[in-house]
Ligand binder design. Structure first.
Ligand code: NDP
Length: 296
């Protein structure tokens, strides 16, 4: 039996951890807001730890899923921090959508404790997490990724090693840049069609059978934009963070990315305007308000 510690029971972390609360894993959980960990343990087989140090003390594998790499790095320190409890020889798997530079620095701090690191951000949303069908993009040496695989297979369907530490973060950030661009461009297209008096539900159906379609237009817009449901499953604040990481990576590599840079700015502004709790697809509300039209 593998002993696993899961730190960060947020919107996607909780359904991921739920898969690890089953045989053959023995699960301990920690969450900053303890009530969430207690609610999780009330319906899953897991032990609630008081501190990160306590959560990881007997763990073979530690999984984190926090907003950004900075929160993960901060969790290492202090008397109650991960480094105070982590056993030598453990494996640290960070499922946060992080940034490569901070992941490399976390990895080197862990290495000093004889702990291996894999960055393993996920894609597929809370539905994919609940269904256990996430795509997991990994960065790390081959042996560590193979060691992480049985854990990742509990909630992931497609698990791919993208390269060395930070490669998973980089692929995830670029995926998120594409997601942000798809949402924004579909929002602009539909706002224009709405202003023109075209039935947008019909227009979206046509687009989804044509070459302009995307995962956003097919799987997000019908329910959220046409249906105005806007469930809050993935915060706009987190997509803003992701696309800023993508823009920074491109800048560091000297690759001109005017489209990604513009999308990053649009999402920073939308985040400011709509606040911390808005869902990522609600960014279209900003387009609607500037255009003076409601898409649906
Ligand atoms: P949430 O905002 O729902 O949850 C964030 C989690 O991090 C909570 O457990 C929160 O604790 C904890 N946390 C926040 N700040 C700190 C801190 N300073 N110290 C310790 N813990 C902290 O985010 P998600 O679960 O949606 O996202 C988690 C990661 O997964 C992000 O990197 C995101 O980009 C990525 N992701 C999310 C997807 C989604 O559909 N939601 C899809 C794919 C990737 P508390 O309960 O106390 O607030």
């Amino acid at each position: 039996m593998s002993s696993v510690a899961f730190l960060g029971l947020g919107a996607i972390g909780a359904p991921m951890a739920a898969h690890l609360a089953r045989e053959p894993f023995e699960l301990s959980v920690w969450n900053r807001t303890r009530e969430k960990a207690e609610a999780f343990a009330a319906s899953n087989s897991a032990r609630v730890a008081d501190t990160p140090a306590e959560a990881v003390r007997a763990a073979d594998v530690i999984v984190t899923c926090l907003p950004s790499s900075h929160e993960v790095a901060a969790l290492l320190d202090g008397d109650d921090g991960v480094l105070a409890g982590i056993p030598h020889g453990a494996l640290f798997v960070d499922c946060t959508s992080g940034d490569p530079a901070t992941s490399r620095s976390i990895a080197s701090r862990l290495q000093a404790h004889d702990v291996a690191f894999v960055d393993a951000p996920v894609s597929g949303g809370v539905k994919g997490a609940a269904a256990g069908t996430l795509t997991v993009m990994c960065g790390g040496d081959e042996a560590s990724v193979e060691r992480a695989r049985p854990i990742l297979e509990a909630f992931g369907k497609k698990i791919v090693r993208c390269g060395d530490i930070g490669a998973g973060d980089a692929v995830k950030a670029m995926n998120q840049a594409l997601l942000a661009i798809h949402i924004w461009s579909a929002g602009e297209a539909l706002a224009t069609l709405a202003k023109l008096g075209v039935d947008v539900a019909v227009a979206l159906e046509v687009i989804n059978g044509s070459s302009g379609r995307s995962n956003s237009s097919e799987n997000l817009f019908p329910e959220r934009v046409i249906g105005r449901a806007f469930p809050r499953t993935f915060k706009l604040a987190l997509l803003d963070k992701d696309i800023s990481i993508a823009a920074a990576i491109a800048r560091d590599e000297g690759v001109p990315t005017p489209l990604i840079d513009l999308a990053a700015k649009l999402f920073v502004d939308a985040h400011k305007e709509l606040g911390e709790e808005a869902d990522h697809v609600e960014a279209v509300r900003v387009i609607e308000s500037k255009a003076g039209v409601r898409i649906s």
